[in-house]
Every structure is written in C-alpha cells, then in structure tokens.
Design a protein around this ligand. Structure first.
Ligand code: AKG
Ligand code: FE2
Length: 310
C-alpha cells in the first residue's frame, strides 16, 4: 500500500542554513509535489503548533460534546453550517454519524458554550497559530510547484477561514463510513486527529488509504481551489471517515479565500487550455451548501467539476 508521506516542517520554519539543509529542503519539496499530485494530501510534523494547546483543545471538545444534546442545540444556527450541527449529510443519503461545532475564524457572531469556559480562549489561540501555519504552508506549496513563494498567496487579498470541532461516537455494530466521501471547497484544510483514533481515509486510484495518525502530526488536505489554480496539477484530496469502536475527535481548519475572490487557473499552469471556468469563491460555497441542504439528489452533489470547461 502506498505510504502517505510525513514531512518534517522544522526544515522550513527554523532559521537554519547550510548545504545539508538546502538538500533536505529540496527533497521535501519533491516529496510534497508528488504527494499533492497523487493523493492531494500529506502529513507534517514539527509544524509549530503547540502540542499542549492541542491537548487542551481535545479536552474542551470532549467536555462540550458530552453535554446533553438539548444544551448543545442552543448553539445551532441552521443557516450557513456554522455553530453546532448534530447529524448532517446530504438529504437522500445516509446521515453522517458525527456531530460538529463550527466557527468563522474571525469569530464575530458564534455563541460560545458558557459551560466550557476555556473553549473560547483556547480556540482563538489555536486559530492564530493555524493562521501562521497557513501562511508558511502557502509559501512551501508555491515552492513545491517550482514557483516564487508568493505565487499562491497573491491569488487573493484576504482569507475567510473557518474551523470545526468534530466528534464521531464510537461504533460497536457498524463498520462503514461515518463521514461521506467529499473534497473540500477550500484552498487547503488542516486536520488534527486530536485523540489519534484512526478513521480518516484518502482515495487514490480507486483504493482508500487510511491516514494513520502519527504523534503530533497534522494532515494537510488540499482543497478544490488549489486544484483550480494549478489547472488540475495538484489534486483536491477525496476523503472520508470510517467508523471506529472508539469515539474519535478531530479539529479541522479550513483555509478559504474571501468570498469575493475570483478563482481561475493561473496562467503559469495552463499549457494548452484552462480546465476550469472562473468563478467567485462565495458562489461556489453557496452552491455546495444549498445543494447539500436541498439534497435533491445525493449522487449529484455539486463538486468542482461543475466549473469544468466543456
Ligand atoms: O474529521 C475529520 O478527520 C475530517 C473532517 C472533514 O473532512 C471535514 O470537516 O471536511
Ligand atoms: Fe473534509
């Protein structure tokens, strides 16, 4: 089975020099390039996120999700997928066996659970650290494409990130998918498998690969927008979560360009014809959300293929 590469980010974030470091960086960039073309995904260690903070985030998520459903439902907003959502998934298809609590990273309007007082400060702090990692990651991904550091970052002015705490209850009598296969409508998504219970899988050449949680690692999962910018060179990861006997917690950070950003293939990645028409980020997210909510046909959820040039 093809292994999912684990990249040591210390090579990039630490201020070191020397021929050995330069060579290792080039090797890692080649590893990232291959993984992004084949899986749309890789793992990173030494990413700069505070591991103690992530263990507090896990504790907070644990404390919140074990509260009564009635209390958690006070944090449902129902209009844009933000807030608490008990079981989601496209109508007409099986519901996902999970609950989640989603926030806009700017954090303006979402209510915070008063019964878990550390939830908010810890989430705000981890989101700040994630933002820094996103900026570094954009530069590294650009380098991995053989382009200047700012190439991908110059595609948008501002970002509108959001993040999500997920809880998958343990399943003793079910072994299928608990989160349906999908690609994220993001630039990329960073996933922390908080309590290291396996479940996250990625699809490659028709086979699902389990992304085994490595201690203190994060999954970098490319989304549709990088796929469009690179005209299909880098893939958005097709991923799902499968059941585990143990309950599973994850923290997922979605790096997203501001709604008014126009998305189109970058000329440097188009040799013949652009594969995608241009569109607004907000238009795509709205289409995806409405399609999911109306769920007129489970098989026909809107994906990035909607913008393929005929
Ligand atoms: O919970 C996970 O590990 C993955 C969640 C996910 O794919 C998503 O929220 O888009
Ligand atoms: Fe996802």
């Amino acid at each position: 089975m093809a292994a999912i590469p684990v990249v040591d980010f210390a090579l990039f974030v630490e201020d070191k020099a020397g021929p050995d470091i330069a060579r290792k960086r080039l090797e890692s960039l080649a590893t990232i390039n291959k993984a992004c073309r084949e899986f749309g995904l890789f793992q990173v260690i030494n990413h700069g996120l505070d591991s103690l903070l992530l263990s507090k985030v896990l504790q907070n998520a644990h404390s919140f999700f074990e509260l009564p459903l009635e209390y958690k439902c006070k944090f449902s907003t129902a209009n844009n997928g933000m807030g608490f959502v008990h079981r989601s998934g496209a109508k007409g298809g099986p519901p996902d066996r999970k609950e989640h609590f989603m926030f806009a990273a700017e954090g303006k309007s979402t209510l915070w659970p008063d019964l878990v007082p550390s939830f908010r400060p810890d989430a705000v702090e981890v989101s700040k650290q994630m933002q820094k990692l996103c900026d570094n990651m954009m530069a590294i991904l650009s380098q991995s494409l053989g382009s200047p550091d700012k190439t991908l970052r110059n595609c948008f002015d501002k970002n509108e990130d959001y993040y999500n705490f997920l809880h998958y209850p343990g399943c003793s009598d079910y072994q299928g998918q608990v989160l349906a296969p999908h690609q994220d409508g993001t630039i990329f998504t960073i996933v922390s498998q908080l309590n290291r219970v396996p479940g996250y899988q990625v699809l490659k050449d028709g086979t699902w690969h389990l992304v085994v949680p490595v201690e203190n690692s994060l999954i970098i999962n490319l989304g549709d927008i990088i796929q469009v910018w690179t005209n299909g060179l880098y893939k958005a990861a097709v991923h799902c979560v499968v059941a585990n006997k143990k309950q599973r917690f994850s923290f997922v950070y979605h790096h997203v360009a501001e709604g008014k950003t126009r998305i189109a293939p970058l000329p440097e990645f188009v040799s013949d014809q652009p594969k995608y028409k241009s569109f607004l980020q907000e238009e795509y997210l709205k289409l995806r959300f409405e399609n999911k909510r109306l769920g007129n046909n489970f098989e026909k959820n809107i994906t990035i293929d909607y913008y393929l040039v005929d």
